[in-house]
Ligand binder design. Structure first.
Ligand SMILES: *Cc1c(COP(=O)(O)O)cnc(C)c1O
Length: 384
């Protein structure tokens, strides 16, 4: 019998470990290296505004100013999550029997895109090779992912090429720039998606910036207003408390930390290479994909049947349990990537030296190998 990962239960377990650590060792004992640390730095003054009807009016003006500076465009729309914006855009513009084409550096795209395509009865195609990319007559929406969930970026040339192809057929271009709005800009010095000609772009306000989890979409006023209607009808908008958090995150944002991690990561990767480990590099750190986690462990204990998504989730859970280090597989939403990714631009990276993180990563491979020797251990580590 092959084991299947229970995504709901593993997340509950991950959050339970975190809660226990907060209760016993305090919140500062946690080391969040996901690059999604979030932030909710609101003041008593903000809270008193939130308690009045005037609050939303004040926050609306601020988010418009900061949001259009960050993303470009004429108007922004704050949303409960990036997923909410993806869902609303597809519901608004994609009819049954038409097609969504998606260009991205590497598969897969965010699962909310194919899921919503299915919901509205549309076809969905992903392209990762620019030579293959095409916009057909039945295409109703072109999606571009600026940087994938694993931070793989596309080039500015490919960006422009895809946008041109869409414009030739008069098709709307929507950019999923969840992390890209900062990675692409800070590391690769690329323009904002809207300035490259996209109609719409959306970013996650907790990714590589100190804001709460939420989505912020930008574009021309008339397009944003059409989507806003859907957003209100389906209850996908950000509420005022979330908007205040986004404002604080945008006010605080600086690309410096990201730029610094980009410079330091080579040194970090060299330390792994010296220990015969070869993580892949990301713009702001390093990662082990789920297949690679399994391969490294199979080198230690021989081949085994446990699927790689489970192995990587076990790894993430053990790294959290023993070293207080948070990575996405242990706590991510169902369908989130199972890559063990360390984002060295995370604020919490200050809590560790490079040698400490390297030692923790290496030891956790040993711990995971021990667990994988007997598949009966999996249940305990992941769910109990
Ligand atoms: C994180 C992410 C999303 C979704 O963000 P949520 O806050 O989980 O809704 C969508 N697309 C990409 C590329 C992402 O990295």
């Amino acid at each position: 019998m092959t084991l299947v990962l229970d995504e709901i239960r593993k997340r509950e377990k991950g959050l339970k470990i975190i809660n226990n650590k907060i209760q016993t060792e305090g919140i500062t004992s946690l080391i969040d290296l996901t690059g999604l640390a979030g932030g909710f730095d609101i003041t008593p003054e903000d809270v008193s505004l939130l308690e009045t009807y005037a609050g939303p009016a004040v926050f609306e003006e601020k988010i418009q100013k900061l949001g259009t500076e960050h993303l470009g465009g004429e108007k922004v729309l704050p949303l409960n999550r990036t997923t909410s914006g993806i869902v609303a855009t597809i519901i608004t513009y994609v009819k049954a029997g038409t097609k969504i084409v998606h260009y991205l550096a590497e598969q897969p795209g965010h699962p909310s895109i194919p899921r919503t395509a299915k919901l509205v009865g549309a076809d969905y195609v992903e392209y990762t090779k620019i030579e293959d990319f095409e916009v057909t007559d039945d295409t109703s929406l072109v999606v571009i992912t600026g940087t994938t969930m694993d931070y793989e970026a596309i080039t500015t040339d490919d960006f422009k090429y895809v946008i041109n192809k869409a414009k030739e057929k008069d098709v709307l271009v929507f950019v999923d720039d969840a992390s890209g709005a900062r990675i692409r800009r800070a590391v690769y010095e690329q323009p904002r998606a809207i300035d490259l000609g996209a109609d719409l772009s959306i970013t996650s306000t907790d990714k590589l910036m100190e804001g709460p989890r939420g989505g912020l979409m930008a574009g021309k006023s008339e397009v944003i207003d059409e989507i806003k209607l859907t957003v209100n009808q389906y209850g996908l908008e950000a509420q005022a408390p979330l908007i205040v958090g986004m404002i604080k995150g945008l006010e605080k944002y600086s690309p410096d930390r990201i730029k610094q991690a980009y410079i330091q990561k080579d040194q970090l990767i060299q330390k792994f290479n010296d220990n015969n480990l070869n993580p892949l590099d990301t713009p702001t750190g390093f990662m082990f994909k789920e297949e690679q986690v399994k391969e490294i462990i199979e080198k230690k204990i021989g081949s085994f049947e446990i699927p790689s998504d489970i192995v990587a989730t076990v790894y993430s859970m053990l790294l959290l349990e023993k070293y207080n280090i948070i990575t996405i597989p242990a706590v991510g939403m169902p369908g989130a990537s199972k890559t063990i990714r360390i984002d060295w631009s995370s604020k919490d990276s200050e809590k560790l030296s490079m040698d400490e993180i390297v030692a923790a990563i290496i030891d956790t491979f040993e711990q995971t190998a021990n667990v994988c020797k007997n598949s009966n251990n999996i249940e305990q580590v992941l769910y109990k």
